[in-house]
Design a protein. Structure first.
Length: 87
């Protein structure tokens, strides 16, 4: 258990600190919190890389970038039907 705790603490660059949770359950909780923080960080990075607009040219005005859930073109108000790949 000690090796796992020190490995996770070193890899997450958390540091060993002066205040720690005592015992095996404390170290397990610390490991869970550290891995959860790393997971949330990677999820944030993933959400920042997702494009927020889709390419679908409007047949009336030619506007090419629309919101993924758009029903009408924001430029001219024409009804558009954007394919959503089953989502």
């Amino acid at each position: 258990m000690d090796a796992l705790y020190f490995t996770i603490t070193s890899l997450t660059t958390t540091g060993y600190g002066d205040i720690i949770l005592p015992g095996t359950w404390g170290r397990l909780l610390s490991i869970a919190v550290m891995l959860g923080g790393v997971g949330l960080f990677f999820r944030l990075i993933q959400s920042l890389n997702v494009p927020h607009k889709v390419y679908f040219p409007c047949p009336t005005c030619g506007l090419q970038r629309h919101d993924p859930d758009a029903v009408h073109c924001k430029a001219c108000g024409e009804t558009i039907c954007i394919p959503d790949e089953g989502r």
